[in-house]
Design a protein around this ligand. Structure first.
Ligand SMILES: C[S@@+](CC[C@H](N)C(=O)[O-])C[C@H]1O[C@@H](n2cnc3c(N)ncnc32)[C@H](O)[C@@H]1O
Length: 196
């Protein structure tokens, strides 16, 4: 199972955003929707061996959404439909346990710290422009966890947490890309690796 974690620093935690103006009303939920698309959507179908966690930090308290490819239904390539699914999940009162919204989509309270705790035994990679070259490193693993920032990158505190969790820094090149494009590249690297 490939896992992607994307941190949305301004992403709202309530459903009161407009599907007509995602970037302007949702704290850049559009970035997270594109990340979902890059993580799951194939030419004919979706990747069943992928899960995505979206850490939403633009509300009073953090919330996390979980999307599981092996259970997902109704995921279309367009951002609007994806945002509508997230909107539905955010209407649920979230507690510390995962609550199912629609097939394959879950929500809970908490943010990055809780996720890093959950993945304390996993192989973690932190995507950063100045990391080790992901394409040549032998360390990539199919069942690894890949952590990415949004348009704001990652804060110093978050980076400290990620370092503390022993994540390895990897780069998909010297140019700063959008998070969703990085996800496409990681999927491509894993797809083309001999160990698959
Ligand atoms: C749009 S970038 C963030 C740019 C932000 N202004 C900053 O300075 O960090 C979004 C995320 O994609 C990932 N990223 C972007 N380019 C990358 C690269 N070349 N290699 C690895 N990760 C990259 C990082 O996780 C980054 O936080």
């Amino acid at each position: 199972m490939r896992t992607f974690i994307v941190v949305g620093h301004k992403a709202v935690t309530t459903p009161d955003f407009s599907l007509e103006d995602l970037p302007g009303t949702s704290g850049r939920m559009d970035i997270l929707c594109r990340s979902i698309n890059s993580a799951f959507v194939l030419s004919h179908g979706i990747r069943r061996d992928v899960q995505v966690f979206l850490v939403l930090l633009g509300g009073e308290a953090p919330k996390t959404l979980r999307l599981m490819g092996d259970q997902l239904r109704h995921l279309n390539p367009d951002e609007r439909t994806t945002a509508a699914l997230l909107k539905k999940a955010l209407a649920i009162v979230a507690g510390p346990e995962w609550t199912r919204s629609t097939p394959g989509i879950f929500v809970r309270s908490g943010g990055l710290a809780e996720l890093l705790f959950d993945f304390q035994d996993a192989k973690l990679f932190y995507l950063r422009e100045d990391g080790a070259d992901a394409n040549t490193c032998q360390c990539l693993k199919e069942d690894a966890v890949f952590i990415l920032g949004d348009h704001l990158g990652m804060t110093e505190e978050e980076e400290a947490m990620i370092e503390h969790a022993h994540a390895e820094r990897i780069s998909v090149g010297p140019v700063s890309l959008h998070a969703d494009h990085c996800i496409v590249l990681v999927n491509w690297m894993l797809d083309t690796r001999a160990f698959l």
